[in-house]
Design a protein around this ligand. Structure first.
Ligand SMILES: Nc1ncnc2c1ncn2[C@@H]1O[C@H](COP(=O)(O)OP(=O)(O)OP(=O)(O)O)[C@@H](O)[C@H]1O
Ligand SMILES: [Mg+2]
Length: 374
């Protein structure tokens, strides 16, 4: 009997097997211990799209609760410039009330602290009162609050400044013990520290969520498959890492498509091309089309060459290619250098000293070669 697909190719779905991240989990544990006797040192987890921020925060929640400390996970939805910081603060409070166990009885009273929706300074006062009251209701030594996707508050960025002000106020420090863990994309977080320097200093400790190492990614795949009745052949396992570079979402998506193509419980090279195609189509819809839309038409011509050649190319080689050979075409040769530097600035290509430009993410490169343009 073959089990149903054990992979979790969805944003925010906790993986069946949580791979790697031992360093991040250690840091969190030591922060948790430290927060018992000293002022909590709040953390920010930074990571790009799909790299596993939400899943990591959910692990932190599990560890907190295992150690007897209540933890509330709060997903921050997208705010626009029409919203006020007070709306955002109110949402955070609501999510906290819902996230902590045994709070529902006092829930109504707690949120009534927000009934008079007025000015900015009010937001700060109200959130302070809220934390003080919530603390009493929680009856614990330490409580953990996980705020996921802080970049969604970018348009009302003073929310984070209010949070900082509240958490560093005397009352809150003396009377409560909340440990806050935030997550954000690196770009989103930059926007807060640009405008509000104290915020950057307050959430000093940063954890960078990155791709899984080869051994971690392979172990995750093997353990996820265990007991399902499906086996991936060695070349398939190796190819998954080669193509995804250990990016957690890409690993889950590709492995999920491969799993669905099993014949009598085996997945071999016959399945590869089709599974990769389906994966790339989905990645295109989720992210790659957006990434590609940052390039101009001329820049896309160069990207396509890089994707097809699958190796670093120098400015000189590009120029020659445009003049002679199968790629020769009418192209503003004098501007090749500018186009390439622009692509680098936009994060679409990388540059290697002396050997030229290349596309770092092999999945993105395959996507361009197979689907982009023409
Ligand atoms: N440590 C891990 N081991 C195995 N799979 C993981 C791990 N972390 C995340 N994943 C998987 O990767 C995918 C993306 O994870 P997650 O949603 O946590 O990332 P994210 O950074 O929060 O993404 P988003 O940018 O969409 O918010 C999910 O399919 C999840 O199951
Ligand atoms: Mg997420």
């Amino acid at each position: 009997m073959i089990s149903s697909n054990p992979f979790t190719p969805q944003s925010g779905w906790e993986p069946k097997i949580f791979g790697g991240r031992s360093r991040e989990l250690e840091i969190f544990k030591s922060n948790l211990d430290g927060a018992l006797d000293a002022r909590p040192s709040h953390l920010i987890v930074l990571g790009e799209w799909g790299v596993g921020k939400t899943s990591l925060l959910k692990q932190f929640r599990r560890i907190s609760q295992e150690n007897g400390f209540p933890a509330a996970f709060c997903g921050i939805s997208k705010f626009t410039e029409k919203n006020k910081a007070l709306d955002a603060i109110h949402l955070i409070a609501e999510e906290m009330v819902m996230g902590f166990p045994k709070i529902d009885t006092v829930q109504k009273n707690l949120l009534e602290l927000f009934s008079k929706r007025k000015s900015l300074s009010n937001g700060q006062v109200q959130f302070t009162k809220f934390l003080l009251e919530l603390w009493k209701a929680l009856d614990t030594k330490l409580a953990v609050v996980l705020l996921d996707d802080i970049q969604n508050l970018m348009e009302v960025s003073n929310t984070i400044d209010i949070l900082r002000a509240v958490l560093s106020s005397d009352n809150v420090i003396k009377e409560t013990r909340f440990l806050f863990i935030l997550s954000s994309t690196p770009l989103g977080w930059e926007s807060f520290i640009d405008k509000h320097d104290p915020v950057g200093r307050f959430f000093r400790k940063r954890l960078n969520a990155e791709n899984l190492e080869k051994s971690e990614a392979m172990a995750t795949i093997d353990m996820t498959l265990r007991g399902t009745g499906v086996v991936f052949e060695e070349c398939i396992r190796k190819n998954i890492f080669k193509y995804t570079g250990g990016h957690p979402y890409e690993v889950q998506l590709l492995a999920s498509h491969l799993y669905d193509s099993q014949i009598e419980g085996r997945v071999n090279t016959d399945s590869w091309d089709n599974a990769l195609n389906n994966t790339l189509k989905e990645l295109g819809r989720d992210y790659f089309n957006f990434l590609l839309s940052k390039a101009s038409d001329r820049e896309k011509d160069l990207l396509k060459i890089l994707a097809e050649e699958k190796k670093p190319i120098t400015i000189k080689d590009f120029t020659t290619m445009m003049i002679v050979g199968k790629r020769a075409k009418k192209f503003p040769i004098a501007n090749i250098k500018n186009f390439l530097y622009r692509l680098e600035e936009k994060g679409l290509v990388r540059r290697m000293e002396n050997s030229g430009f290349y596309i770092q993410d092999l999945m993105f490169s395959e996507f361009i070669a197979r689907f982009a343009l023409e």
